[in-house]
Design a protein around this ligand. Sequence first.
Ligand SMILES: Cc1cc2nc3c(=O)[nH]c(=O)nc-3n(C[C@H](O)[C@H](O)[C@H](O)COP(=O)(O)O)c2cc1C
Length: 204
Amino acid sequence: MEKKRLIIGMSGASGAPITVELLRQLRQYRENAQNISSGAEAIQEIETHLIYTKGAEMTLKQETDCSIEELHRLADVVYDNGNIGAGPASGSYKTLGMIVVPCSMKTVAGIVSGYSDNLLLRAADVTLKERRKLVLVARECPLGTIHLRNLYELSQMGAVVLPPMLSYYNHPQTVEDCTRHIVGKILDQFGIEGQEFHRWTGEE
Ligand SMILES: Cc1cc2nc3c(=O)[nH]c(=O)nc-3n(C[C@H](O)[C@H](O)[C@H](O)COP(=O)(O)O)c2cc1C
């Protein structure tokens, strides 16, 4: 089965638990894929390639019980954000696309202006120029005019702006339910079914 690389960029906005849950679900998805016969077409073997910023290290510590070592273990490949010579820095390095989760307003500004001074920003730039899927789980509250302008421009450039917004139609009971719902919405962008993702099925 051909491995599909999915780049996960983690920057220093609030929302580190979303990244942890996303990586955990993708790991399980991959393990399930390995257990399914190679004849199964619907399931792909996803390989997670993680790049995280210094800011993300801070929010991981602040917002989760997950250590940086555990975060590394959840991903298949981890890059140094300063290594601008790594695979994701080139368009010839094939990927399914990239998710920036959470995506800070500083990273939004870097992507929209093409200011690729670290590997995460360069990988996002490459994803856009290659017309691959770029999903930005952009988080700030409230959003300022600069943020909104940058996000609008990124949307026009083809990025999917997917803020980690609350929803109530799925009747969340815990913050973990809210996290899983956002993870489900992110995975939907790549045709992957999230765990305990409660879809709206129409009014009853
Ligand atoms: C606990 C914590 C929460 C933060 N939350 C946000 C946020 O939700 N959105 C945001 O844009 N920046 C947030 N910041 C600020 C960013 O981390 C900061 O702007 C940083 O320079 C972003 O750099 P990076 O994108 O390279 O990670 C937060 C910082 C801390 C320490």
